[in-house]
Design a binder for this molecule. Structure first.
Ligand SMILES: Nc1ncnc2c1ncn2[C@@H]1O[C@H](COP(=O)(O)OP(=O)(O)OP(=O)(O)O)[C@@H](O)[C@H]1O
Ligand SMILES: [Mg+2]
Length: 441
């Protein structure tokens, strides 16, 4: 990960060795702390976030074994690479037994050094993955720790490790495009393009030429030839977004790409091979559309090799709070303001609301809250009206309309401190009607 540099602590009593190692490691992008005393090293281990310790074994005051022992006993998540100028089998065995993961003998080449470091860091990553407490809160830039999202992360990893076609289904705003990007950037194709195409947003004849490209003279106005999205995405990933919106004739053309791994530019009869991972996304339930004859069954099966269901926000429990905090932070930074506090009551409403527009809607609500004149605490009146009155109290499904109405009327009235004129205006009725309704409750 390039965003956070790995910190390495180097301990050696020889100033020359320290300097050479430090220069070498820094040139590879590591952050380096170099000390010649074990006591100093231990102090740094206690205060700094260190991933790897490189220590000499023979040192005048306290030897390297004590450092290795200290790390093993006190610093979980730190790896040790031992080096020595006086190689003995015993010493090597002892270093390994004490807890050094790697052992190098002076003089060593840069290649030996960096290969030992690579091994140590790889082991560290494995350990981190194995211990659930170390699981990162953010995965692929996607926020969420709910069980539903854990399944999504697993599916992303599974998908990223292959080139199989993926179908991502989920309501609007659930993060389908984010998931598609995570698959691409987590895969071996990451160095090649990720090309999202909205099949519902481009009119059909245009969609075909945009996807497949065209040769000169393919149609009136085709003055030169142009590559399509499939060619642009070669060796990378194409996201066919809103795939359900593709017409039946277009579906046949897509099926051919999936079956043959070839595309044909408009106006050309020569197919060309392309190497593309296809990810399709939809907010409609595709197999329902298959049943209704609106989506080709053969294409559905071709797309549906790996399926990922993006869960709706209302099924994601405390993720709502994590996302709220995330967006509050993001938009505060954007507007250069101190992040405001959100009142418990406001958070309660955000939690209870059923979020038909999912994460996108939540993002918009928080954006709107943060773009208003600053106050240090945000509360219920800061919310847009439709949310102020929509949530609070789930209610059961066996209530009559009259009961729901009565409760709603009472709640609106309470929220405006009993002011009937205001309540009537919010409810969209006149005062007389409101009075009649209140008599009934
Ligand atoms: N888990 C998440 N963590 C952080 N941001 C998210 C998450 N899910 C969605 N978002 C954000 O919400 C917005 C909508 O996400 P995205 O466009 O991926 O949804 P979608 O499912 O493709 O929506 P649609 O069906 O409308 O195309 C984006 O701004 C995205 O960054
Ligand atoms: Mg989308």
């Amino acid at each position: 990960m390039a965003d956070e540099r790995t910190s390495i602590l180097v301990i050696d009593d020889s100033r020359d060795t320290l300097e050479v190692l430090q220069r070498n490691l820094v040139s590879r992008g590591f952050q380096v702390l170099a000390v010649s005393e074990v006591s100093e090293a231990i102090r740094l281990l206690e205060t700094q976030n260190i991933s790897l310790v490189i220590t000499d074994i023979r040192m005048p005051k306290v030897d390297g074994f004590s450092v290795i022992r200290h790390v093993r006993e006190n610093c979980k998540g730190v790896e040790v690479l031992a080096i020595t100028g006086f190689p003995t089998i015993d010493g090597a065995i002892r270093a390994m037994k004490t807890g050094a993961g790697e052992y190098l003998i002076k003089p060593f080449t840069d290649e030996e050094l960096f290969s030992a470091i690579d091994h140590a860091l790889a082991r560290l990553r494995l350990k981190k993955q194995a211990s659930p407490s170390a699981a990162p809160r953010r995965q692929y830039g996607i926020i969420g720790e709910s069980r539903a999202m854990m399944q999504v992360y697993e599916a992303i990893e599974h998908a990223a490790s292959s080139s199989a076609t993926v179908l991502i289904q989920g309501e609007s705003g659930t993060g389908k495009e984010l998931i598609a990007r995570a698959i691409h950037y987590g895969s071996r194709r990451a160095g090649f393009p990720f090309v999202p195409v909205n099949c519902g947003g481009i009119p059909e004849p245009l969609l075909e030429s945009e996807l497949f490209g065209y040769t000169k003279g393919a149609f009136t106005g085709a003055a030169g030839s142009r590559a399509g999205f499939f060619q642009t995405a070669d060796r990378g990933t194409i996201l066919l977004d809103e795939i359900s919106e593709a017409s039946l004739p277009m579906q046949i053309k897509l099926l051919r790409v999936l079956q043959e791994g070839e595309i044909c530019m408009l106006g050309s009869s020569k197919p060309r091979k392309v190497n593309i991972r296809i990810v399709a996304a939809t907010n409609r339930v595709l197999h329902e559309l298959v049943r209704q004859g609106l989506f080709r069954e053969d294409l559905f099966y071709r797309l549906n090799v790996i399926t990922i269901d993006a869960p709706p926000l209302r099924d994601r429990g405390d993720d709502i709070v994590l996302l709220v905090n995330h967006f509050v932070k993001t938009f505060s930074e954007r507007y250069g303001r101190t992040p405001p506090r959100l009142s418990e009551a406001l958070l309660g409403i955000l939690r209870a609301y059923h979020w038909p527009g999912n994460v996108r809607e939540l993002e918009n609500v928080i954006h709107r809250l943060l773009s208003m004149p600053s106050s240090t605490t945000l509360d219920i009146p800061d919310l847009p009206p439709f949310m102020r009155f929509s949530a609070v109290g789930e209610g059961s499904l066996n209530r009559t309309l009259a009961e729901v109405e009565a409760e709603h009327v009472r709640r609106v009235l309470d929220s405006v401190g009993g002011n009937k004129t205001l309540a009537a205006r919010i409810l969209g009725v006149d005062r007389k009607t409101l009075r009649a309704k209140l008599r009934k409750t």
